[in-house]
Design a protein around this ligand. Sequence first.
Ligand SMILES: [Zn+2]
Length: 306
Amino acid sequence: MDKCKIVEDLIPGFCDGILNDESRKFVEEHIKECKNCADKIEEYKKINTDENINKEQINYFKKINRRNNVKVALGIIIIILVFLLGNYIYNFTIMYRYKKNYEEISRADNYYFERRENAENSVGIVKVWKKGNKIKREEGLYDDTDQYHLNRIVYETIGSNERIEIDEDDKSATYVTSKLTTSERVLDGLYPNLGVPLSMKSNIFFQLGTPFYGKVEGTSRNGSNREYYIIQYGVITLYVHKDTMIPCQTVGETSEKSFYPNSNDVVKSEFIRKNYYIYNANTVSDEDVNVPNLDGYEKSYKDVEF
Ligand SMILES: [Zn+2]
C-alpha cells in the first residue's frame, strides 16, 4: 500500500496529537523522506489555524450580538415600564380625583343626595338633605307593584348624639339617644367607594393602592352627551361624570340566597343590581331639614349603641 495514502489519512490525528506511538512514529519517519506529505501537514496546520481565527471572529460577533440583544431587551422592558407607569398614573389620577371630590361634596354645606338601589323585586331609596349641620334622611322603597313605601324619616344634627325617627304610617316619633354622634361623613356607606372605603382617604398607601383595586376601563357618552369615566372594581362597574366626578350609576352582578320556611331548599338567585345616584348642590331649604310640628305623633324615647 502507498505510504503517502496512509499518511494522508493520519494527518488530522497527527496534528491533533491523538495518534498512538506507532502511527505517530510512522508519520514522522515518512515526512523526513517525503516533502510532499510534510507540506500537506504544514498546510493542514495552517488551515486549522485559520479556522481558529474564524472561531475568534465568530465569538467576537456573537459577543456584539449578545450585547445588542441585552440592549433590545432593556429597551422593551423600559417601554413596558413606561407604559405601566403611564397606565398607573392615569388610573391613579382619575380615582384620586374621585375620592378628593367625595371629600369636598360630602362636607359641603348644602346638598341633596339620593341613591336608588335596584334589587330583584324592589327599588330601595335613600334620600339625604343637608343644610348647615342639619340632616334629614328618608328611607323607602318601591315594591314589585311600583307602590312606594316610606319606611322612616330621620332628623339629625352633625356633632349631636340625638336624633328623631319618624314613622308616618303609625304617626310615631322616636327620640333616639345614640352612643355615637352624627358624623360629618353623612354619605359614607351610601356613596360608591371603589372597593376601598373612602374614609381611608388619609392613608397614603391606600391612596397609592387605588389603581390596584379599580381600573378605568374608558369613557362613554349618554344621550345628553355627557361623558363618563367607566371604572371597574371587583364585579362592580361605576359610571362617573367626567366633568363633575360625581357618580351616577353602578352596575354589578349580585347573588342572593333565599331560605324558604318549612323547606331545606336554599335558592340562590343571581341578577344585575343597578344603583343610581343623584347629587344636587345648594338646593336644600330650611324647610327641608327642620323638624316639622309633631303634635299628634305618639312619642317615645330610646337609647341605642349606634
Ligand atoms: Zn508521502
